[in-house]
Design a protein around this ligand. Structure first.
Ligand code: ATP
Ligand code: MG
Length: 388
């Protein structure tokens, strides 16, 4: 047997010089983690809190497009970020038509130039649009049947992830992707986590600093740490309303203001409508609006104009998470089972060949809202107050 160090064996590395070690790392073939150079970046399509997202083309096929989400490395610390690991583990578990598909994890070559620290990417099947981008484009018009199809697919995705004991915890229009053939995919599992059904004697203690403020449910705003799937159902309700209003319905600037907007729409938080609310940490410390009537249907009707739609919204935007409708019951709601039935989105989308993403779209500002309301006004031929 030869005593000469064989190439490619980790335990032999201590015998190598620094230059040899560097070369060894550069040429190391990570069999489960291809090099990102197999893809060619085409455009930047997202800038999230946790990193950039690019549209890229697979060089081999030259046709297949992917989305590459850069893993933000914490350079202060050694190793792969735990938050990204959690996102990957969850994405590997979830395989469903209405959940974004993670193809693989890629890395850049470790070189002297990057101090031998690779950049990692989560590589996904590419989706042409996100819902926030579509909603911010005035030329994109959804019929009632198309809105039903969007919501049916969104609830299907939520039903699937909740059945797999996963909470999304960041429901918002920008995290809902739609392919050019009209298939909706829940995306961005960066804040997702597994949950267990709490037992009577031991409560869960999850963080309540999750969900983008405008989509955050009242129980989280009041400090609940023993929450579950209803947090995502609230977000589904906010997104559903947005399908008609075209911009987020409750745009609070602070947590306090968000709670105010919620009680102005859904009524005051009282133990009568929400037994147990008085036990939440912030119920007593935060000044809550008193005496507000629930106005969900009344305020949304001018936009929605469909009674089943208003009723489902009312059930999704229910203050008490225990009474809030779950994904299964929502899918059985009459909204999805009466005319016009949910209908395919591909025909409508084929009129909009350019991809639409929140990052590339103009911000949905007051001016945009005024324009949208102008459209509602002229279509209806009567004046509708700016509700939001
Ligand atoms: N598979 C995909 N296909 C097309 N676009 C995508 C895909 N994945 C993500 N994007 C785009 O990139 C944006 C950001 O992606 P994602 O939400 O996963 O990242 P994030 O860093 O967690 O973002 P944020 O902090 O803004 O929520 C999305 O809103 C979407 O526009
Ligand atoms: Mg996101």
């Amino acid at each position: 047997m030869s005593s000469r160090p064989r190439e490619g064996r980790a335990e032999d590395q201590k015998h190598l010089t620094l230059a040899e070690k560097q070369k060894y790392i550069e040429n190391y073939d990570f069999i489960h983690c291809d090099e990102s150079s197999k893809y060619e970046k085409v455009a930047k399509i997202g800038q999230g809190t946790f990193g950039e997202v690019f549209k890229a083309r697979e060089k081999k096929s030259n046709k297949k497009f992917v989305a590459m989400k850069k893993v933000l490395m914490d350079h202060e610390k050694e190793g792969f970020p735990i938050t990204a690991l959690r996102e990957i583990r969850i994405l590997q578990l979830l395989k469903h038509e209405n959940v974004v598909n993670l193809i693989e994890i890629c890395r850049t070559k470790a070189t002297v130039a990057n101090n031998h620290r690779s950049t990692f990417y989560l590589v996904f099947d590419f989706c042409e649009h996100d819902l926030a981008g579509l909603l911010s484009n005035i030329n994109v018009k959804f019929s009632l049947g198309e809105i039903k199809k969007v919501m049916q697919q969104l609830l299907n995705g939520l039903y699937y992830i909740h059945s797999n004991k996963i909470l999304h915890r960041d429901m918002k229009a920008a995290n809902v992707l739609i392919t050019k053939t009209g298939i909706l995919k829940l995306a961005d599992f960066g804040l997702a986590r597994a949950f267990s059904v709490p037992k009577a004697d031991s409560k869960n203690r999850y963080t309540n600093r999750v969900v983008t403020l405008w989509y955050r449910p009242p129980e989280l705003l009041l400090g609940d740490r023993n929450y579950g799937p209803p947090v995502d159902m609230w977000g589904a309700g906010c997104i559903m309303a947005e399908m008609w209003t075209r911009s987020p319905i409750m745009q609070g600037g602070t947590e306090q203001q968000q709670l105010q907007y919620i009680s102005q729409l859904c009524g005051s938080f009282t133990p009568e409508v929400w037994p147990g609310v008085e036990e939440l940490d912030l119920y007593k410390t935060i000044e809550l609006l008193k005496g507000h009537k629930r106005k969900v249907k009344e305020r949304l009707r001018p936009y929605v104009k469909d009674e089943h739609g208003c009723d489902l919204l009312d059930k999704l935007l229910t203050l008490d998470p225990k009474k809030r409708i779950d994904a299964d019951s929502a899918l059985n709601h009459d909204f999805f089972w009466c005319d016009p039935m949910p209908c395919d989105l591909s025909k409508m989308l084929s009129q909009h060949l350019q991809s639409m993403f929140e990052y590339l779209a103009p911000r949905r500002t007051m001016k945009y809202q005024q324009q949208m309301n102008q459209i509602v006004k002229t279509q209806d031929n009567s004046l509708i107050d700016r509700v939001w």
